[in-house]
Design a protein around this ligand. Structure first.
Ligand SMILES: [Zn+2]
Length: 245
């Protein structure tokens, strides 16, 4: 898969990164990523993936934008309130980068449809705001050996880890019991923006082989105290999802 002259110019600044070059850019172009949820995390994730030149993105969300999404879901402008998130996102991402392919899937991920909705991708990015769906995606990714980049945010804090099936713990190893669900999570828009940036960095690292991915480690950031901390997370040998894999 080659790069056009316009692509060489568009991605010039990132191809200058040591260890990236045209090879890294071609790898990105050949990569297919699913963004599961186009909310506070999914909007900036898909913007930066589009800007970086990820070849194909599958955007999954069944909701329409509401006015109270505007403080964080940056692909939604005032005129987009009431429209399907994935449709709006696809339009804008293609305006940002017409050299990539964006597929909009207006569906809610369930146990029954997860295979059809996510399908065969290289990486899945967590843009969910509920644990039930996260664990469905986690199981799907473990079963199909797909890296899953989890992040969760609220208020001014959050956490991120990269799940690499067989190489580190899965989400169920880390959270043996379902954490409590919140109906409405209080959050400042800059918080998911921060974690979305980290998710994109992890994605790009997995594709290009740059750096050390956040596998077996979880990064917590607390914006109130402005403290960032990384802790080791381990596989559970009795994990019901990944133990016998
Ligand atoms: Zn596990």
């Amino acid at each position: 898969m080659g790069l056009s002259l316009s692509e060489l110019e568009r991605y010039d600044r990132q191809m200058l990164i040591h260890g990236w070059g045209t090879d890294g850019q071609k790898q990105l172009k050949a990569t297919k990523v699913a963004v599961a949820g186009i909310g506070g995390l999914g909007c900036p994730v898909s913007i930066y993936l589009a800007a970086a030149g990820i070849g194909k993105m599958i955007l999954i969300d069944n909701e329409k934008f509401e006015l109270n999404d505007l403080n964080r879901q940056v692909l939604c402008w005032q005129r987009d309130v009431g429209r399907f998130k994935v449709k709006v996102a696809k339009e804008k991402l293609e305006l940002l980068n017409s050299e990539i392919e964006v597929k909009a899937v207006a569906a809610e991920i369930t146990k029954d449809n997860v295979y059809d909705v996510i399908g065969d991708v290289d990486t899945v990015i967590d843009g969910q705001d509920n644990w039930k769906t996260r664990f469905i995606i986690n199981e799907y990714c473990v079963t199909h050996n797909i890296p899953f980049i989890h992040a969760g945010v609220s208020v001014l804090h959050g956490q991120i880890t990269t799940i690499m099936p067989g190489k580190g713990p899965c989400l169920r190893c880390i959270f043996p019991k379902d954490p409590p669900e919140a109906e409405k999570i209080p959050v400042l828009g800059a918080t998911p923006a921060l974690f979305a940036s980290l998710q994109v960095m992890e994605t790009v690292k997995l594709v290009t082989g740059l750096g050390r991915p956040l596998v077996g480690r979880m990064l917590f950031a607390n914006g109130e105290e402005m403290v960032f901390e990384t802790v080791e997370v381990k596989r559970n040998v009795e994990c019901p999802v990944c133990a016998d894999r």
